[in-house]
Design a protein around this ligand. Structure first.
Ligand code: XUL
Length: 533
């Protein structure tokens, strides 16, 4: 049997997908929810409370504890762990973990008598990890932009971005120089988790590494000048950057306690978006992907390297080779959840009520910045209602509010993905909210494209398992896609709705410009934008 394990260390949970690659089946799934299952780490939504809304850190030991709990659960459900031929994983992007010189020694001597979190605690040179939702690095971004100007975007694929790892490292080195000096290695969430599995420092892959403002995408090496300027001695603290199909090592003996085979090959991990590109079978250009997770992301394999003139979109490595575009909207599912709570409905009720409001929602729109937003950059959160008097006073009915959040989220995706320069006729949709049929139809009508829903909703975890089969079992992605990524359901665009949404797109763009003060095609980074409620 050809059994592979994909792990998905995301913002709010750690999931496992075990696949039989020849049979084209997921044979076992399991997950640990950080808020519910590990409340002692005080991260109900995946991050620690902080009085500053721009600061979003998590406890890295929580991710480690989740690994023990997940494997215990897999063992309890008698998952065939001994038969696994290869492992890989997916990590929430940009988050960083800071380790001292003892990290590798501790990993090499892990005792099965004690849990991972206890044993790894002394290896941390920084107790918390900034994650992708953190926006506290405007000053560092401005410094990096002043120093490198347009070259930053041309060479790393993005201008200096608040949540990206380089600006985060620079801030740490400035604010806590002693702890920075105690840091021997800096890992991404993906390479940190891979390191634990294989008992030594694991490489960072080009997919996730491109989200750091440190990797030169022309040479596929850490950019010497940028790393030097970002923080003293940084180059030595970074693991090597490698292609996504490299092998990081063999499984550490600690994990035999769960029934895994010693030395099971571990392929390098990647970021959740690059893994999802694989998990939905879209690593060839021509098909775009919308992933509706904690954040909403829009991405596609690129025909050639190209950057976003507005500075909001990014270029990451495509795990199958070449590059992928990515645009991230921070206010994804947390914003939908706010509206659902406000309307006191279930998710089914939410979906049904959205359908009862008219296409175009009578012109009612909202800028859904419940929390700081990355596209466009909005550092001071605030939700802006636009449309009828009743809607703006928020005394409107639930269907109008629900339709407004969904249409607005679809419109901002359409607006900010234009720089990719492709009129996608097929878009694959994944993530929790892909279950919402009214949202799928809105997306189909806004993009005038067929929206295909794939059978397995955890595309990042599935993508990690497919990557494991590709890297450790030499199975081609083409063959794996045939077996795993068919789209059983699709929403077809209604051409009669095209004009309504073309007008809504213009109205949304005008509203965004009026409120942020920045024309949508103008560089939107490192600007402190204020939204009045
Ligand atoms: C992408 C981004 C998020 C995270 C968390 O740039 O910040 O999508 O990867 O999912």
């Amino acid at each position: 049997m050809s059994i592979y394990l994909g792990l998905d260390s995301s913002t709010q949970s750690l999931k496992a997908e075990i696949i039989d690659a020849e049979a084209g089946k997921v044979i076992c799934s399991e997950y640990v929810n950080f808020g519910k299952d590990l409340p002692e780490y005080n991260c109900p939504n995946g991050f620690l409370e902080n009085p500053d809304p721009l600061v979003k850190h998590a406890d890295p030991l929580m991710w480690v504890a989740a690994l023990d709990l997940l494997f215990t659960r897999l063992q309890q459900q008698q998952a065939p762990l001994a038969e696994i031929k290869g492992i890989s994983g997916s990590g929430q992007q940009h988050g960083s973990v800071y380790l001292n010189g003892d990290f590798e020694k501790i990993l090499a001597a892990l005792s099965p008598e004690q849990n991972l979190a206890e044993q790894l605690a002394p290896a941390l040179s920084r107790k918390s990890s900034p994650i992708w939702m953190d926006r506290a690095t405007s000053a560092e971004c401005a410094e990096l932009q002043r120093q490198f100007g347009h070259r930053m975007q041309q060479d790393t694929g993005s201008p200096a971005i608040e949540r990206f790892t380089g600006p985060q490292i620079r801030k740490f080195a400035k604010d806590e120089p002693e702890n920075y000096n105690q840091t021997a290695k800096i890992h991404l969430v993906s390479s940190f988790m891979a390191s634990i599995l294989c008992g030594k420092n694991a490489p960072i892959d080009f997919g996730d590494g491109a989200g750091m403002n440190l990797l030169n995408l022309k040479t596929l090496k850490w950019d010497q000048k940028i790393t030097e300027f970002t923080a003293p001695g940084l180059l030595k603290k970074l693991p090597p950057a490698m292609s996504s199909n490299s092998i990081a090592g063999g499984l550490n003996s600690y994990f035999t306690r769960y029934g895994f085979k010693l030395g099971t090959p571990v392929a390098v991990w990647s970021g959740d978006n690059p893994c999802s590109l694989i998990g939905v079978g879209a690593s060839e250009p021509g098909v775009a992907v919308i992933s509706l997770g904690t954040s909403d992301t829009f991405f596609a394999a690129m025909r050639s390297f190209k950057t976003d003139p507005a500075g909001c979109g990014h270029v990451f490595g495509n795990p199958a080779g070449g590059f992928m575009s990515l645009i991230c909207f921070t206010n994804g599912s947390l914003a939908r959840e706010e509206i659902k709570e406000e309307c006191s409905v279930s998710w089914d009720g939410f979906d049904h009520l959205a359908e009862t409001a008219p296409t175009g929602n009578n012109g009612n729109l909202m800028l859904p910045y419940f929390t700081a937003e990355s596209t466009p950059l909005v550092l001071k959160p605030g939700v802006k209602y636009h449309g009828s008097k009743e809607f703006c006073s928020r005394h409107c009915n639930s269907p109008a509010k629900i339709r407004a959040i969904l249409e607005s989220q679809a419109l901002t995706m359409k607006l900010h993905s234009r720089w990719i320069g492709e009129d996608f006729k097929r878009i694959r949709i994944t993530g929790g909210a892909s279950e919402c049929s009214s949202f799928r139809q809105i997306l189909a009508d806004v993009f005038q494209a067929e929206i295909e829903k794939i059978a397995i909703p955890d595309s990042a975890g599935l993508g990690a398992a497919l990557r494991a089969a590709n890297a450790t079992g030499r199975m081609s992605f083409k063959k794996l896609y045939e077996k795993f990524t068919a789209a059983p359901e699709s929403a077809k665009p209604n051409p009669d709705n095209a004009a309504v949404y073309a007008a809504a797109l213009q109205a949304y763009a005008d509203l965004e410009t009026a409120v942020t003060g920045v024309p949508v095609d103008i560089l939107c980074t490192a600007e402190n934008l204020t939204i009045d409620e």
